[in-house]
Design a protein around this ligand. Structure first.
Ligand SMILES: CNc1ncnc2c1ncn2[C@@H]1O[C@H](COP(=O)(O)O)[C@@H](O)[C@H]1O
Length: 500
């Protein structure tokens, strides 16, 4: 450790414990909802598997920054070497072990059915599911589910087959379908019949969108109202991210959309979820006690974070469609909800605080806790309605003052999904008129370890496609983690980057 704790904190050693940020993030029980199997294979494993093929005898996975197109070129190599039951099983098992080692407790993997000269698409999915079953036995604290991917560079027929496979393997842990692939190929429109079919079967839908600037498609996807959205980079017009400050994660979080940071392709990007959370804390976190004062908010992206940070899964951003078939009233999701508009939240000291600069105009995140749960206590649970948590208070980290909500009879706030779909004003529970006022604050966000935990909890409750399993594996572990890392007197010392 280069700097002493006292230098970093500028304070005398209090009676508390000293723990490292690295340990805190590693120990945090985590949720990853967006991980492509073949993109998540650890580099050394994919290299070993590639070296079996004479064509790739010398091949190594590049560990540097790369463009989106370069990523897709890499997938071609990976697909060239993961071709039979053995390589699929080994690769999938290594992916699961990697997430387990990073303490990811609820994992939604996704993979595209692919036939090779050795196997059928069905064989391939069965093999991944076998690896998942064995992985769950090796890691009993984990729950792993699978989405079947529709690759937009393939055909509608392939997409229909993918949906059928998803339906066929539902009893073995398939929970939905994913729409992914090279975003410059084909259109969302072409694949809508397959996605409509998936929805009509009660499968959940996660859609990649907004990875490239294609506004009509973004509009179409939002109108279709998938259960979850991945990436969404162009929605906030950043497109590329020269600095973390420009990253759309902060924007979504400030706006209070349920959002979770995921790895996407941990192998291809040589990263882990803990490392991504560390990047996020450094980018959006307070200077002390979590951040390294030397690493200011304008710190450039590190190579390993180049594209990994674009991977996030967020709840659908727009109102559900109204009326007719499109209302989304299918067996799995039930009737469509009314249009989303204003959110009313609370905060308490130490919670994630969000400035109101854009909050009132966006009509969002007025609790300022950034946990997206609407209660402002930063825990993501929305269950607590105790008086002190209702009081806005200056943030422990940033000194920003978060907006206040006037109480009205102690109605418990709705959870994130309901919050996002409540009517224009008023308490979602009792209908009392909204009386929240946002105080002006600088347009910056503070992201704390508390908010990291809140994000996992919220995702398990409201974004996971098997929320029951997600909560089962995460809830108790999160409480224990919070007791250890968020207790009074515990000081987290940032000892530098986790991954460099
Ligand atoms: C970088 N962001 C991304 N955007 C879009 N699609 C992506 C992706 N990352 C991965 N995939 C999709 O996942 C496949 C690899 O895993 P599976 O063979 O399915 O397990 C890629 O071929 C691509 O279709």
């Amino acid at each position: 450790m280069e700097d002493s704790v006292y230098d970093l904190l500028g304070a005398e050693n209090p009676d508390g414990m000293f723990l490292s940020l690295k340990d805190a993030l590693h120990d945090l029980p985590k949720v990853d909802l967006h991980a492509h199997v073949n993109g998540s294979i650890p580099p050394q494993v994919i290299e070993a598997l590639a070296h079996r093929n004479p064509k790739y005898a010398e091949w190594t996975l590049p560990r540097t920054r790369r463009s989106l197109q370069a990523c897709f070129d890499l997938f071609n190599v990976i697909h060239d070497v993961i071709v039979d039951r053995d390589s699929i099983y080994q690769a999938s098992s290594a992916v699961i072990d990697m997430f387990a080692a990073d303490n990811v407790r609820y994992l939604e993997l996704r993979t595209t059915p692919r036939a090779t000269e050795h196997i059928t698409k069905k064989n391939q999915i069965e093999t991944v599911l076998r690896a998942i079953a064995a992985g769950t036995s090796r890691h009993p604290l984990m729950a792993i589910r699978l989405l079947i991917s529709i690759d937009r560079s393939h055909s509608l027929t392939d997409a229909m087959e993918a949906v059928e496979l998803a339906d066929q393997f539902r009893k073995r842990g398939v929970v939905g379908v994913d729409f992914s692939g090279n975003p410059t190929k084909h259109s969302f429109t072409l694949f809508r019949p397959a996605l409509d079919l998936a929805r009509s079967m009660g499968l959940r839908t996660a859609v990649h969108f907004g990875e490239v600037d294609n506004v009509p498609e973004v509009d179409e996807v939002l109108k279709w109202h998938p259960d979850r959205l991945g990436h969404g980079c162009v929605l906030v017009l950043t497109k590329t991210f020269p600095t973390y400050d420009d990253h759309h994660f902060g924007r979504y979080h400030r706006a209070g959309h349920p959002v979770i940071l995921c790895t996407d392709d941990a192998g291809v990007f040589s990263t882990t979820l803990s490392a991504e959370l560390a990047h996020m804390l450094r980018a959006f976190g307070p200077a002390l006690p979590l951040g390294n004062p030397a690493a200011g908010p304008q710190r450039l992206l590190s190579p390993s974070a180049t594209l990994a940070l674009v991977s996030q899964e967020t709840q659908a951003l727009t109102p559900a469609p109204t009326g007719g078939e499109d209302a989304g009233a299918h067996p799995a999701r039930g009737p469509a909800t009314p249009a989303a508009t204003k959110k009313i939240r609370r905060t308490r000291a130490g919670a994630f605080t969000v400035s109101a600069g854009s909050a009132s105009e966006d009509g969002e995140d007025q609790d300022g806790d950034g946990d997206g749960d609407g209660d402002g206590d930063g825990d993501g649970d929305d269950r607590s309605s105790s008086g002190d948590e209702d009081q806005a208070s200056p943030s422990a980290e940033g000194g920003e003052r978060a907006p206040q909500q006037a109480g009205h009879g102690g109605c418990p706030p709705a959870d994130a999904v309901e919050v996002a779909s409540r009517p224009a004003s008023g308490c979602p529970t009792c209908g009392a008129p909204a009386t929240a006022t946002a105080t002006a604050a600088p347009a910056s966000a503070t992201f704390t370890l508390r908010a990291c935990a809140a994000m996992q909890r919220q995702a398990a409750r409201t974004m996971a496609f098997d929320p029951e399993a997600a909560q089962r594996v995460i809830e108790e572990a999160l409480v224990a983690w919070e007791a250890r890392y968020l207790a009074e007197g515990v000081i987290i010392v940032d000892m530098g980057p986790l991954d460099e």
